[in-house]
Design a protein around this ligand. Structure first.
Ligand SMILES: Cc1cc2nc3c(=O)[nH]c(=O)nc-3n(C[C@H](O)[C@H](O)[C@H](O)COP(=O)(O)OP(=O)(O)OC[C@H]3O[C@@H](n4cnc5c(N)ncnc54)[C@H](O)[C@@H]3O)c2cc1C
Ligand code: FES
Ligand code: FES
Length: 1213
């Protein structure tokens, strides 16, 4: 059992969250303290509770977020500061952030900025964009070099509770005494596993020979993953934690430093750092290279427990070792280097922090004394085969050569021949991986050349994140109302609801085939799993099964299609049983990609078109015509809280209460009622809060809720999907292919556009029509094109149904627009910002759907963005930089956004609210929107507070529920604060009118006096409110402009965003802190979409990227080095509550400025190879795409295989 399960299920300590169960998100971070018998001191480590076996914690103290402070008693400073710095939105990551920081401060109460950034390498947040978390926590730093930030902060750091290390919980003395005693062998016997902790090396060796197939486990970060996700079982586990020979270091030995085989990576780092400080530089070349690599190895929580030797064993031959079953590894020696020896290590991964390498290498060269003649050279590459590869022929060839251009040529030619990969190699990216071996060697070549010339001086100072933020603010930056509870772990999410006494856990049985008829389902073996209570299949649905493609057991239309479910006493038992249900299939040919759908004309109907003007005439009138394509990849929502439902039958009249993590309570109610065959009035759906939604819980959450409800007709049933199940089953953002034809004048003015969108909708229509329609609504972005024709197709494929995702098709539509805009600029040879500016709309212009643009502020945003970002000066500096650097290039871009606000399905533009005033004057507010971190409840309380004229503290929102406000629209389309805000206002107005006579009668009275007087006068103190809006295509538009500057490494494709300025029109902000949080959070999500996040599907339609280990969302290290967010002044909006504008979705597209800055930098790189004019760059601009687009002599040596001649590892969908 993991520590996390023990905390949450056995102890009921639910502050620690489950985000991934694979050590990749940090939501489960806790602090573990122990007396280290070999170091002879108490050590504190942040660890992932989801991987730590409870058995490994003997003699350890565990501190969780629940234990360091509560709202009612005393907040710990780390809890207070993240909350007050607005570093918590949905709050699901917050306890993990708190514990990472808490542990750092326990070890070092005055950390440096670098320490703080490093502490968060293993923590992910999907909402905030990270900046406010870092900003709040940097107030603990020893040296505050960001004093200027304070003027722009929306809180007062001087009022923070000071940190007092003397007040911390002490390490329990009894554990200290126990830890000092000689260890005894320990044994723990579980249902399937025997865990033995021997006390001496002899005991360990005896046990290993007695149980040759046993596994040694130190950090459990490899074995734990294998047991959880790969279904492997190791019945005997040996834990060498007590054995001194395996846990100590010998330093210094004559030849190097010897590390015991169970030393952790953190200890390795500490010892090597110490050695680098003390020994002559030439001796520590290998140490420095390892230290550099350690920075990018996993996160702090993993490094604190993971054993360093495991790398040696694994990387020697992946999961197969040179050891015999009864042998163990005792120690490893990391050697000193000598004069004339140079060593470098490189790692290229999709994301720099906490990511597995695409290609990694170590390179060692020894020169003949006093010369540049190679005496020995050893290159070794990871990521080019299942085992580490040493290109022996190349190494041999280079011996005796001088370190010069000729050696480089020979090495590259030879590596290109020797480092081959089959085109269908697992992991894909074949040409990129091959090119990387050359590029990385080239880097080594340059580094050594430099060393040879300037005598070993090579230390790159750590830059840190120099984020600055300045923003204007109107309104009050009130902290998210749940922020403090989120920071203490007291905020209750769906799965934190205590278990009912007779509750069961549900696991889904899903299809492993993309398209097939089911021939048989055999539950025989699954029945034998302990604790299994029942199986549920389509025949068990009492009502209608037409609630989308869920729960269907005749044929399946995607991998992950829900075939049935199993309920058992625990989640582990249910999942184990689900995995052994045997399904036989009669497979049919699947349609996976957009291209497959086009080839077989597999589209949902209708095909949507939108037209303005006469495109045929427009093309005739144009000087030039250009055609092009861009593919925009999909995106996983990666809300930190996965989908969860707890269904509780009420025992009479078919009543059922559901606690759900959903954006759409009413739809859940309706479809559950339909599945159960009862009227909707028997079903109550309750939503307290979500740990993020982003559209992913708008319709897709219902497939889980209906299954859980069907299983719960007799007993309460709970299911919180594991991350891999959630990613497999629920779908994400639609991948899009945009094909365009543009007519333009030599001046850059665009005359005509014909664009076709193909969206990969997956195996059901879900919301795809509205998503494609919104893409068409945004096909011209912010540009006035006289003649436009757009067509949108929904491709019917055998992927899990794609669905709503922040932006809802808008970002894809605008991304295609910016692609043709970039092509036109490149074709005309005019700077792209000029072409964009000349084509921008003006006040009063008509959109292609004939909506007049009123209060049009893009021009103002544009000028302000140019000004704040210092665009012209920056442009000059970029050009100068690019003239001086061959292998590093910079790029700059400025991009506008115009985003329509409203549901495009007109009937959804309605909202309700219910307000009760109690006799003590407190107000209970309910409205139709759900809280998923976006601060909706906080804003609604602000609206009610202003409307009723009472402080926010008197108003409370408990939850969203279908029995208080009925027939609610999903919380989506960025429209929730507009719609619900008006409904709340409407209800408050009704109550105010009822209270008016008592105010008039007693003008000096208090709120409580008026309420009481009205009550005794038998006045109704409850009111509901309602609002609907005009029904135009969009109620209004949100506008913004962003400018970004990036730097790319042309050899590896790595990119860094150096600067971003965002100017956003939010009308008169209701809450600037929340609004800025939305801007930054959406921007970072967009950054992920356009530069990093890639879903890989096998050619058979199976999702290969099912967790944070494989699917990379932006981390702390991806924040732009400088980030400036500014809210446009003086732009009230007369179409929404208190002149505000909503902005949940619009800022996402601001990240396109990073993509097009990358494209600008690639353009500069290509010009070095004599290439110019438009070129295709698909989204996301990953390091692979960037490298491949920077064509040069190395890429020419590694051409891609001919399409159609091989089966690729992954296909683009
Ligand atoms: C979130 C996350 C991020 C990661 N990031 C990276 C990364 O950036 N780069 C990377 O390379 N890897 C990464 N990994 C994988 C990582 O290498 C391993 O997880 C870690 O080093 C294993 O150490 P452990 O002590 O936790 O292993 P365990 O799970 O405890 O065991 C590992 C294996 O080594 C064997 N073993 C251990 N000690 C001995 C011994 N003395 N003699 C013989 N066999 C022994 C065990 O039997 C077992 O098979 C990551 C893993 C996770 C979960
Ligand atoms: S839940 Fe443990 S790291 Fe994600
Ligand atoms: S606040 Fe960090 S994931 Fe939501």
């Amino acid at each position: 059992m993991t520590l996390l399960t023990y905390l949450r299920r056995k102890l009921g300590l639910t502050g620690t969250k489950l985000g991934c169960a694979e050590g990749g998100c940090g939501a489960c971070t806790v602090m573990i303290s122990k007396f280290h018998p070999h170091l002879k001191c108490i050590v504190h480590h942040a660890v992932n509770a989801c991987l730590a076996p409870v058995c490994s914690l003997h003699h350890c103290a565990v501190i969780t977020v629940d234990g360091i402070g509560t709202v009612a008693s005393r907040l710990h400073p780390v809890q207070e500061r993240i909350a007050k710095a607005h570093g918590s939105q949905c709050g699901f990551c917050t306890p993990g952030m708190v514990m990472s920081m808490y542990t750092l401060l326990r070890n070092n109460p005055e950390p440096s900025m670098v320490d703080i950034e490093e502490a968060f390498q293993g923590n992910l947040c999907r909402c905030t964009g990270y900046r406010p978390i870092l900003e709040g926590y940097k107030t603990f730093a020893k040296v505050l070099d960001f004093g200027l930030w304070y003027c722009a902060l929306m809180y007062d750091p001087s009022k923070f509770i000071p940190l007092d290390p003397t007040q911390e919980v002490i390490f329990p003395p009894e554990l200290l005494n126990l830890g000092k005693q000689p260890p005894r062998q320990m044994k723990f016997k579980g249902e399937r596993v025997l865990w033995i902790q021997p006390s001496t090396l002899t005991e360990l060796l005896d046990l290993k020979s007695h149980y040759p197939e046993s596994k040694l486990v130190v950090g459990n970060t490899e074995v734990g993953i294998e047991m959880k996700f790969k279904n492997l079982l190791y019945p005997v586990i040996l834990a060498p934690a007590y054995i001194s020979e395996l846990n100590s270091t010998i330093f210094p030995s004559n030849t190097g430093i010897v590390f015991g085989a169970a030393c952790t990576l953190t200890l390795l780092g500490e010892v090597l750092r110490d050695a680098v400080a003390k020994l002559p530089t030439y001796q520590t070349e290998v140490f420095k290279a390892i230290l550099e690599q350690l920075r990018w190895f996993a996160g702090k929580q993993i490094r604190n427990v993971a054993v360093c030797l495991e790398q040696t064993i694994i990387k020697y031959c992946y999961r197969k070792t040179a050891l015999k079953p009864e042998e163990i590894l005792l120690s490893i020696e990391i050697p000193y280097t000598k004069k004339g020896q140079y060593f470098s290590a490189f790692k290229q991964s999709p994301r720099q922090e906490d990511d597995i390498a695409i290609v990694t290498c170590g390179m060692n060269v020894v020169f003949k004394e006093g010369s540049n003649i190679v005496e020995k050279i050893l290159l070794s590459f990871g990521g080019m085969a299942p085992t580490t590869v040493i290109p022996k022929t190349t190494c041999k060839k280079l011996i005796g050569s001088a370190w010069n251009e000729k050696l480089l040529e020979d090495a590259c030619a030879s590596l290109a021949e020797e480092m081959v990969l089959p085109p269908s190699a697992p992991g894909g990216m074949v040409p990129y991986r091959r090119t990387l071996t050359l590029s990385l060697f080239f880097k080594f070549y340059l580094t050594v050349k430099h060393y040879l010339a300037v005598d070993l001086q090579h230390e790159v100072p750590h830059e840190g994140n120099k984020n600055v933020i300045s923003e204007d603010f109107v309104g009050r930056p009130i902290m998210h109302l749940s922020a403090l509870k989120q920071a203490t772990g007291e905020a209750v999410y769906c799965d934190d609801i205590p278990c009912y006494e007779n509750e069961l856990h549900l696991a889904l049985i899903t299809s492993t085939k993309a398209h097939a008829h089911i021939l048989s389902i055999d539950t025989g073996e699954a029945m034998t799993v302990p604790g299994v209570v029942a199986f549920v299949f389509a025949k068990d649905i009492p009502g209608s099964n037409i609630t989308g493609p869920a729960f269907y057991d005749e044929s399946v239309t995607c991998v992950g299609h829900i075939v049935g479910a199993v309920v058992a006493d625990t989640q582990a038992h249910a999942q184990r049983a689900a995995k052994v249900v045997k399904i036989t299939y009669d497979e049919l040919k699947p349609i996976i990609s957009i291209q497959d759908a086009i080839d077989s004309q597999s589209f949902y109907q209708p095909v949507r078109t939108m037209k303005k003007g006469d495109t045929a005439q427009g093309f005739k009138d144009s000087d030039h015509i250009l055609e092009g394509e861009i593919h925009i990849g999909g995106q996983e929502h990666f809300y930190l809280e996965t989908n969860c439902t707890v269904a509780v039958p009420k025992g009479e009249d078919g009543e059922m209460e559901l606690f759900v993590s959903t954006q759409t309570a009413s739809k859940t109610q309706a479809l559950v009622a339909k599945a159960l065959g009862v009227p909707a009035n028997r079903i109550v759906c309750r939503v307290k809060r979500m740990g993020g939604g982003f559209g992913g819980k708008e319709s897709r959450s219902i497939i889980l809720s209906t299954v859980v409800a069907v299983a719960a007709m007799k007993r309460p049933v709970r299911c919180m999907l594991d991350r891999d199940e959630d990613m497999l089953v629920t779908g994400g953002r639609h991948p899009f292919l945009g094909r365009y034809k543009v007519g333009y004048m030599t001046s850059g003015k665009i005359i005509a556009l014909d664009v076709t969108f193909y969206a990969n909708a997956g195996n059901s229509k879900d919301l795809s029509f509205s998503i494609v329609e919104r893409a068409l609504f945004h096909m011209e972005n912010s540009y006035n094109i006289p003649h436009v024709c757009g067509t949108g197709y929904m491709c019917k494929t055998n992927l899990p149904s794609n669905t709503a995702f922040r932006g809802f098709g808008g970002p894809q539509g605008m991304m295609v627009a910016e692609s043709w805009m970039s092509d036109v600029a490149l074709a005309c040879g005019i700077p792209s910002y000029e072409v964009r500016r000349m084509n921008l709309y003006n006040e009063g212009d008509l959109t292609p759907f004939n909506q007049r643009l009123e209060q049009f502020t893009i021009g103002k945003c544009w000028e302000e963005c140019l000004d704040i970002s210092n665009y012209m000066k920056r442009q000059g500096a970029v050009e100068e930089f690019n003239r001086q650097h061959r292998w590093t290039k910079r790029g700059l871009s400025i991009i506008p956004t115009k985003f329509g606000i409203s549901f495009t399905s007109v009937f959804l533009n309605q909202a309700g609210a219910l307000v009760h005033i109690y006799t003590d004057g407190s107000v209970l507010l309910t409205h139709g929107g759900t809280e998923m971190g976006q601060g909706l409840h906080t804003k609604m309380v602000q609206v009610a507070s202003r409307a009723l004229g009472i402080p926010c503290s008197k108003i409370f929102i408990s939850e969203t529920s279908t029995n208080t406000v009925a027939n609610t629209s999903p919380t989506a389309a960025s429209a929730s604060s507009d719609l619900n805000g008006m409904a709340v206002y409407n209800a408050c107005q009704t109550l105010l009118q009822r209270l008016e006579p008592y105010k008039v009668k007693n003008p000096k009275g208090s709120w409580e006096d008026w309420v009481n007087a009205a009550y005794f006068d038998r006045v109704n103190l409850s009111a509901n409110g309602f609002y609907n809006n005009s029904g135009r295509a969009f109620n209004y538009f949100s506008y913004g402009v962003s400018c970004s500057e990036v730097e790319i490494d042309c050899l590896t494709g790595r990119q860094k965003t150096l600067h971003t300025t965002i100017v956003m029109d939010v009308g008169k902000s209701l809450n600037p802190a929340i609004d800025i949080g939305q801007v930054e959070g959406a921007f970072m999500q967009g950054l992920g979409l356009f530069t990093l996040e890639e879903l890989h599907y096998s050619p058979q339609g199976s999702l290969l990227t099912r967790g944070p280990g494989m699917y990379k969302i932006p981390a702390f290290g991806d924040i732009p080095v400088e980030l400036q967010v500014s809210l446009l002044r003086d732009s009230p909006n007369d179409k929404a509550i208190f002149s505000s504008k909503v902005l949940g979705e619009p800022p996402l597209f601001m990240a396109a400025s990073v993509f097009y800055a990358i494209k600008d930098a690639i353009t500069a790189a290509r010009s070095e190879s004599g290439l110019s004019g438009p070129f295709r760059l698909d989204s996301p601009a990953t390091s692979e795409r960037i490298r491949n687009a920077c064509e040069d002599r190395f890429t020419k040596l590694c051409p891609p295989a001919e399409p159609g001649t091989y089966t690729p590892w992954a296909v683009r969908v």
